[in-house]
Design a protein around this ligand. Structure first.
Ligand SMILES: NC(=O)c1ccc[n+]([C@@H]2O[C@H](COP(=O)([O-])OP(=O)(O)OC[C@H]3O[C@@H](n4cnc5c(N)ncnc54)[C@H](OP(=O)(O)O)[C@@H]3O)[C@@H](O)[C@H]2O)c1
Length: 270
């Protein structure tokens, strides 16, 4: 097989299965060496062996529980110290479908630690090197529930709203520093995620469920097209642009010296 020149190394979290494993495969095909991060060593090693055989790329395994501070620190340290890393895919995440009254707050806290805290710390570890090397990309896997928190468990929606807001703020902050940030907002994807979240994917209507391969290929097409936010299911990009335009329209009026007229109850009483 003719080897493509290396694009650098991509570190993919949650690479042992589902969306992360497909990212790993697609990125190896695109000429990236890989660091695969997750807890399940056996799955990671099987994938690493298959991908290095298929692509000829270097594929390393880093077994880490991103809910564990010491493990997370090891991944952060690698991101800080390995100048070959040019792409971080913040994909590892868990979800929930139960409402607050049926949810365990300890489980919700662990979800926040994985979906928000780990993603934030890994981003903080990667960005300074990307800025110093004048190049790098972060792909943050958010979700449509980041803009539609009514659909599933509210803490899960909240974590994904964080991922979207954090990504948008970084896009703004890093615009002139050759660092790209893409937020991907998948709808329902056919992975083990749903089993762990409390609703097997077979219980969802087939017409709303996308295959992980289709999701990742669409998200990478969005990246290639220069998108900073990619909604793989949305048929009309104009609908998203209208949503963003409405948000921009609010901005000049969101911070003012006086409350809006409708809240000036004291004026009315006088
Ligand atoms: N599936 C969907 O419908 C959907 C929709 C929108 C967004 N998403 C998002 O897409 C991302 C990937 O989800 P998926 O559907 O591919 O789920 P998945 O099939 O359950 O895979 C999750 C991955 O994260 C890893 N992981 C879980 N907990 C971890 C921890 N504490 N430390 C390190 N790795 C951990 C898992 O590996 P180990 O078990 O080996 O650690 C696995 O590789 C998540 O952020 C999810 O919120 C999914």
């Amino acid at each position: 097989m003719a080897m493509q020149p290396s694009n650098g190394t991509a570190l993919v979290t949650g690479a042992s299965t589902g969306i992360g494993a497909i990212y790993a495969e697609r990125l190896a095909r695109r000429g990236y060496d890989l660091v695969l991060v997750a807890r399940n060593r056996e799955r990671l090693e099987q994938l690493a062996q298959r991908l290095s055989e298929q692509s000829g790329r270097s594929v390393e395994v880093l077994v880490a529980d991103l809910n564990d501070k010491a493990d997370l620190a090891r991944v952060e340290q690698l991101l800080r110290s390995d100048a070959r890393i040019s792409l971080l895919v913040n994909n590892a995440g868990v979800g929930a479908t139960a409402p607050l009254l049926d949810s365990d707050v300890e489980r919700m806290t662990r979800m926040i630690e994985l979906n928000v805290t780990a993603l934030t710390r890994l981003t903080y570890a990667a960005v300074p090197g990307f800025v110093a090397r004048q190049g790098g990309t972060i792909i943050n896997i958010a979700s449509i529930v980041g803009i539609a928190p009514e659909l599933l468990n509210g803490v899960y929606g909240g974590t994904k709203a964080f991922v979207l807001a954090f990504s948008q703020s970084l896009q703004h902050e890093l615009a002139d520093k050759q660092v790209r940030i893409q937020a991907v907002l998948p709808g329902a994807i056919a992975t083990d995620f749903w089993e762990g979240a409390g609703t097997p994917v077979a219980h969802l209507p087939g017409e709303i469920v996308m295959q992980a391969q289709d999701l990742v290929d669409a998200a990478l097409a969005g990246l290639d097209q220069g998108e900073s936010i990619t909604l793989p299911s949305l048929p009309e990009i104009a609908d998203w642009q209208a949503y963003q335009t409405a948000r921009q329209h609010l901005l000049p009026n969101l911070s003012r010296q006086l409350p809006a007229q409708r809240y000036r109850l004291a004026d009315r009483a006088r």
